[in-house]
Design a protein around this ligand. Structure first.
Ligand code: AHM
Ligand code: MG
Length: 341
């Protein structure tokens, strides 16, 4: 049997690379991994204990909330507050930032998370995930943390990652020193390093986009996707279309196999009809950090995702993410057709 590396040991070894590390960062990541185990357990039991189905209320985005979303949010929020490492957090499921109450120890970190992404897939037993982003707080440790601590550009992230609840549960994270994936071993109750140093292929032949929205796309996006259907030996097109409708699952597959995922924004001619869906702080930024650390790219078409200045907690953004060459090609179409005139 080879050298088994548990997630706990890996996180500890990572912290040794930060001379100023205080142990808080390690503790925080370990708490996220613990939350992931608890949520994975709930997801696995979902069909058995009748926790699936709508809880009958909407989240701040006006979408139907599933009970498992709430469970995942509550599990993460509780562990984060109790960890003592956190000052404030933002969750997709809650309108305002959650400031760690006075009667708990407050730490120097901020977490933005999507507790259970892809929730429309829960009832169909399709892969779903948790996405997280860790930032240093902006306000001083002596002051009360504020929402502005959560609203920092992605280039300030210290760590980010996701958990995918699929045929197995995987925890994938980066602290800026490559991307590492761990598979959960239920027999020993821990995540084991299974995918060290993940690199995304420079160019891939998979594209993932909801083509049902194509009438609302901008010309640049439409022409780019059309070009993927052409027969072109040099570009190795036509591509294969793969779209699960769970960002984490679509992203994870493309990370391993190479390709591009797009969630385009609205057509400027009809802006009310179609808005980008994905959120900057807890979906786009963390996955952007992961993909860049794996050698890929993430863009809003004209700008690096991680350089977008947040203006709202639940800000939405056009997301184009995946293999470097694919994303650069898409950007060229957008710059040529959508930015001219
Ligand atoms: P959610 O956070 O409410 O689950 O929504 C986000 C999900 C992503 O996982 C996925 O990429 C996208 O919504 C799919 O949206 P659509 O069904 O519009 O293609
Ligand atoms: Mg989501």
């Amino acid at each position: 049997m080879g050298d088994l590396i548990t997630i706990g040991r890996h996180i500890l070894d990572t912290e040794r690379n930060f001379p100023e590390a205080t142990g808080q960062f390690t503790g925080l990541l370990q708490h996220i991994a613990l939350a992931a185990k608890i949520v994975a357990g709930e997801v696995r039991r979902a069909g058995l204990v009748d926790v699936i189905g709508s809880a009958g209320r909407s989240n701040v985005q006006g979408e139907e909330v599933q009970k498992l979303d709430i469970l995942a949010h509550e599990t993460l929020a509780k562990l984060m507050v109790e960890s003592g490492y956190l000052a404030v957090m933002a969750s997709e499921e809650v309108e305002d930032a959650i400031i760690v109450p006075n009667d708990y120890r407050r730490g120097s970190y901020v977490v933005n998370f999507d507790p259970l992404d892809g929730s429309s897939n829960i009832d169909a037993n399709v892969s779903i995930g948790t996405i997280f982003s860790i930032l240093p707080r902006k306000t001083s440790d002596d002051d009360k943390p504020t929402e502005s601590d959560c609203m920092q550009p992605g280039n300030r992230q210290l760590a980010a990652g996701y958990v995918i609840y699929g045929s197995s549960t995987m925890f994938v994270y980066t602290t800026g020193a490559g991307v590492h994936g761990f598979t959960y071993d239920p027999s020993i109750g821990t995540f084991l390093l299974s995918h060290p140093n993940i690199r995304i292929p420079e160019y891939g032949r998979i594209y993932s986009v909801n083509t049902g929205n194509q009438r609302f796309w901008t010309e640049g996006v439409r022409r780019y996707i059309d070009s993927l259907h052409d027969e072109d030996a040099e570009r190795n097109t036509p591509f294969s279309s793969r779209y699960i409708g769970s960002l984490v699952a679509d992203f994870h597959r493309n990370l391993l196999y190479g390709g591009i995922f797009l969630y385009p924004a609205d057509n400027k001619k009809d802006p009310k009809k179609y808005k980008p869906k994905l959120r900057l702080l807890y979906e786009a930024n963390p996955l952007a950090f992961v993909v860049e650390q794996a050698g890929g790219k993430a863009s809003n078409g004209i700008q690096r995702i991680m350089d977008v200045e947040p203006t709202e907690l639940h800000q939405r953004v056009q997301l184009i993410i995946g293999s470097r060459i694919n994303v650069e090609e898409a950007e060229r179409f957008i710059k040529k057709y959508d930015l001219s005139g």
